[in-house]
Design a protein around this ligand. Structure first.
Ligand SMILES: Nc1ncnc2c1ncn2[C@@H]1O[C@H](COP(=O)(O)OP(=O)(O)OP(=O)(O)O)[C@@H](O)[C@H]1O
Length: 264
């Protein structure tokens, strides 16, 4: 069955001084897509993610969200629209617990007022964070009591992704979610991504690990020198072909997004 389009990028260009980081990139993201965004260093992946995250404005081109032209910047606007980003630094405060990190910068923050009210708000935030982690079957001891700096890298990544999924009800952007992790921790993160997929979340994930991409993504988008070199269903391609697009051994496709074709 054809999936509805969530977000379209149309002819997006972005330059930094004389550097053309993105050159006429168009991309259709369907609801429920898990897109693996790949490409060599400097190919334009981060710039594309930052456009979607509202951290960069396009120099030209249009962003259409659920059928309406939309400005995504600044990042708070993208977040208001339900787009969350988990960057590699995870943006967690080490001296806060996982529960406190869930609500960083959000309206429910403790704020001012009588001590009792602040205590009640803190309890309510803790309950919500625990519920959010439970629903995703993330079993981390000390969600309310242990600071995240005392957690493993894998646990921190799980907390950051769970927080992103909790607030990002439309689109979750993941920047190399397994880059710094060992085999077991990577597996846990990939399992979490699969559970988010099952819940119908839409994800765009930058990765250098094609094996990980194949475990979770239904689509592969290859960037090369600021252009979209290929846009493929993972079920209709293989690693050899994707590598050929990454390196330029294979000429860029005349791409159209494979929305509506069979998903993996
Ligand atoms: N803020 C910036 N100022 C100047 N040039 C930039 C800026 N951000 C990106 N670029 C340039 O734009 C091009 C694309 O960079 P981008 O970071 O998007 O690539 P990437 O595919 O994410 O690479 P990597 O895998 O190395 O992170 C590169 O030439 C980079 O140097």
């Amino acid at each position: 069955m054809a999936q509805a389009t969530l977000l379209s990028l149309r002819d997006i260009c972005r330059s930094f001084g004389g550097i053309q980081a993105l050159d006429n990139v168009s991309l259709e993201i369907a609801k429920g897509d898990i897109i693996g965004l790949v490409g060599d260093n400097g190919a334009g992946k981060s710039t594309l993610i930052k456009i979607l995250a509202g951290a960069h404005d396009p120099t030209s081109g249009d962003v259409i969200l659920e059928g309406r032209p939309q400005k995504l910047s600044p990042p708070a606007e993208a977040q208001r629209l339900g787009i969350e980003t988990v960057y590699q630094d995870l943006s967690l405060i080490g001296t806060f617990t996982a529960a406190e990190n869930f609500f960083l910068g959000r309206e429910l923050a403790l704020g001012r007022g009588p001590a009792l009210l602040r205590l009640i708000r803190r309890k309510s935030m803790g309950d919500t964070a625990v519920k959010g982690l439970d629903e995703l079957h993330i079993d981390i001891p000390g969600v309310r009591s242990k600071t995240v700096e005392r957690m493993s890298g894998g646990q921190r990544q799980l907390v950051a992704i769970a927080r992103g999924a909790f607030w990002g009800h439309k689109l979750l952007l993941l920047d190399e979610p397994t880059a710094a992790l060992g085999v077991r921790e990577s597996r846990e993160v990939l399992e979490l991504i699969k559970r988010l997929t099952a819940k119908g979340l839409t994800i765009v994930m930058v990765t250098h690990n094609l094996d990980h991409l194949w475990q979770v993504c239904n689509r592969v988008v290859v960037m090369r020198r600021g252009r979209k070199a290929a846009d493929l269903l993972s079920s209709g391609t293989n690693m050899e072909e994707v590598v050929a697009y990454i390196t330029g051994a294979k000429a860029p496709m005349q791409t159209r997004s494979p929305i509506g074709e069979a998903s993996a």
